[in-house]
Design a protein around this ligand. Structure first.
Ligand code: NAP
Length: 313
């Protein structure tokens, strides 16, 4: 057990967690951020951030997160890389058991975000990194002049598909309905892009190949007809990028907090069902999951954690 009793332990170093760290640090609360991989969460996979207030044209997920991390550190928020394995959230002192170390805190802010939803078809896991990807920014350049398919019809799918046209010869969006969910402004740009094509009412049933992804079985959901799409002979392979939403990273809190479909319920002040425990960002039940709303949640959660500590003393 780490000997320090922290005022606030923040789980996750995405926009919500880093903003909570900044606010808690500025309030002179003894603050620890626990991140299991690297700072940023989903946003580091985004090439361009055009809707975070004040972002300039050259702003990317990594550049924004880098500044957020430095800002939180400047105000004294400590950070460790560790994976939370179990927690005791009831009581005045919360215990967070991680793989390498255990920590105690007066309050906990959960900002563990969400991870990409998988298609769940045969071959998906096998070909991840060998044709299947969940990050256009990370892997787009591997598909220079190849064919690429993007699964999904929301903002992420269509925006990332357009980004992929920078590299790919052709990008086909495979969507399970015959109209996109993406914002109209995004759709308009996509329909104008000569490298983009659309395969409507279709879902991916299987991904196949020998080492590299070579073919894919697609089913028309209206007719039930299955078609196998093969890589161009000269190319030998193609890419499948999946953007079909996210699942909350909340398994470790199951049974301890009130949740809805895996998302943590909070009030407007980010309080969960357990006193002294707050949730911020994509992990909580909310209507708009964006960097700006995650950052706002983090700020509120940290301020409320400070008030809670004062009230307990
Ligand atoms: P989303 O809006 O939930 O869209 C998911 C898409 O995947 C939908 O088109 C959905 O189809 C499809 N889908 C879901 N499960 C599927 C399955 N099992 N098989 C095939 N297709 C499936 O997710 P998102 O695009 O990742 O966006 C998440 C949030 O981030 C949204 O609030 C979005 O507005 C926001 N976002 C905003 C921006 C921006 O403002 N620039 C960029 C990216 C994301 P249906 O349409 O049939 O349900």
């Amino acid at each position: 057990m780490n000997g320090t009793v922290y005022d606030v332990v923040i789980l996750g170093a995405g926009p919500a967690g880093l903003t909570a760290g900044l606010y808690a640090g500025r309030a002179r609360l003894r603050t620890l951020i626990i991140e299991q991989e690297k700072d940023g969460g989903q946003i580091v996979q985004t090439a361009e951030i055009e809707n975070y207030p004040g972002s300039l044209e050259e702003e990317s997920g990594p550049t924004l997160i880098d500044r957020m991390s430095k800002q939180a550190a400047r105000f004294g928020a400590e950070k460790v890389l560790d994976k939370v394995e179990s927690l005791e959230l009831d009581g005045a002192l919360k215990t967070i058991r991680c793989r390498k170390e255990s920590y105690q805190a007066k309050t906990v802010i959960i900002a563990t975000g969400a991870s990409p939803q998988l298609i769940g078809c045969p071959g998906e896991k096998e070909f991840t990194g060998k044709g299947v990807s969940y990050c256009a920014t990370c892997d787009g350049a591997f598909f220079e002049e190849l064919e690429v398919y993007v699964v999904g019809g929301g903002d992420a799918a269509v925006e990332e598909a357009m980004y992929l046209t920078r590299f790919a010869r052709k990008v086909t969006v495979i969507h399970r309905r015959n109209e996109l969910r993406a914002a109209k402004s995004i759709q308009e740009k996509a329909f104008k892009n000569p490298k983009m094509a659309f395969l409507w009412d279709s879902v991916v049933k299987e991904l196949k190949g020998d080492g590299l992804l070579e073919s894919m079985v697609v089913e028309n959901v209206k007719t039930g007809e299955r078609t196998e799409i093969h890589a161009d002979e000269e190319d030998g392979t193609f890419g499948v990028f999946v953007f079909i939403g996210f699942r909350p990273n909340s398994e470790v809190f199951a049974g301890q907090l009130e949740m809805e479909r895996g998302y943590i319920r909070t009030d407007d002040d980010m309080r969960t069902s357990v006193p002294g425990v707050y949730a911020a960002g994509d992990i909580r039940v909310k209507s708009l999951r964006q960097v700006v709303t995650a950052a706002a949640d983090g700020a509120i959660a940290a301020v409320q954690a400070g008030k809670y500590i004062e009230e307990q003393e």
